[in-house]
Design a protein around this ligand. Sequence first.
Ligand SMILES: NC(=O)c1ccc[n+]([C@@H]2O[C@H](COP(=O)([O-])OP(=O)(O)OC[C@H]3O[C@@H](n4cnc5c(N)ncnc54)[C@H](OP(=O)(O)O)[C@@H]3O)[C@@H](O)[C@H]2O)c1
Length: 339
Amino acid sequence: MGYKVAIVGATGNVGREMLTILSERGFPADEVVALASRRSMGVEVSYGERVLKVKALENHDFTDTDICLMSAGSEISKEWTPKIAAAGCVVIDNSSAWRYDPDVPLIVPEVNADTVAGFRKKNVIANPNCSTIQLVVVLKPLHDAARIERIDVATYQSVSGAGREGVEELARQSIAALSGKGPIDTQGGARQIAFNCVPHIDAFQDNGYTREEMKIVWETRKILGEPALRVNATAVRVPVFYGHSEVVQIETRRSLSAAQARALLENAPGVTVLDEQRLGGYPTAATEAANRDTVYVGRIRDYLAPDRGLNLWIVADNVRKGAATNSVQIAEALARRPI
Ligand SMILES: NC(=O)c1ccc[n+]([C@@H]2O[C@H](COP(=O)([O-])OP(=O)(O)OC[C@H]3O[C@@H](n4cnc5c(N)ncnc54)[C@H](OP(=O)(O)O)[C@@H]3O)[C@@H](O)[C@H]2O)c1
């Protein structure tokens, strides 16, 4: 017998991809229900070869639904996740609403699939932030081998990380800029994203960092099980449609050369090494990462200073591995255990 699965946010960037990935990976579902807001009732979305008509979340009874993949933002999740979980359905939530709750496991299956049993406390599992997922998939094998003591990361995040609106905004602004039709329309002091880089994602915090930057700090510590790990992040939005890139520097307790790291990463689950010193011998968001599930790593170099450290370039599709694929992999880990 298969599972009954509901997707909340099925008309969104991530929700549509979840439906595609459930079908691509042959998730054992007997029934899949697509849910969104009332605005989308009757809208058609694809689930493999099948077309599903979207229903309204507020009218759905979850009592016989086994797994809910939730991808409709934090506010909707805060309101609906407790109700859905109380109906006996396990929620795998893609927003940041539950990630820092000690009773909710935060899972990247290549790294900490063993924490899945923790869902029983609240019937909820959290899917991490996209930038954190690709970071920890690569860092976990290096941490196991040499104990990472410090991580410095700068992200180059695509506009799809801001949902459908982000994608449409970059398209609209690019057309306006290229056609020379006057000033680019932005609101409330926001900077244009077309032909620009913007060092501001999510709200500023009291410590001067943005929430997007602090998510990387908090989530990396929780997933690696290292509450005191030194992590510094700068998150930047760039005019790329799909795929986040990261410049990462790590300092390790034990020495680990670039060659040793490369060998470890070549055998790491979910990682593809593309690290050749030639034109195109490195991964990029648009060419390699977009539409793929693997996390790419390249430009692996020893620190120039004689310290124990490495430089890395990490790239992945933020909507697939950074959100939808990771959620479906969590559902697979759950399905391997009796619910
Ligand atoms: N995109 C990424 O890279 C990424 C990565 C990691 C995590 N996430 C997280 O994933 C979530 C969704 O992101 P997205 O990129 O898919 O956003 P999106 O394209 O803007 O889609 C939002 C979805 O939420 C639904 N929704 C909004 N209000 C609702 C309501 N009142 N009741 C039910 N459904 C409602 C929308 O349905 P309607 O069409 O009916 O409005 C739509 O299906 C967010 O929490 C985001 O932070 C995104």
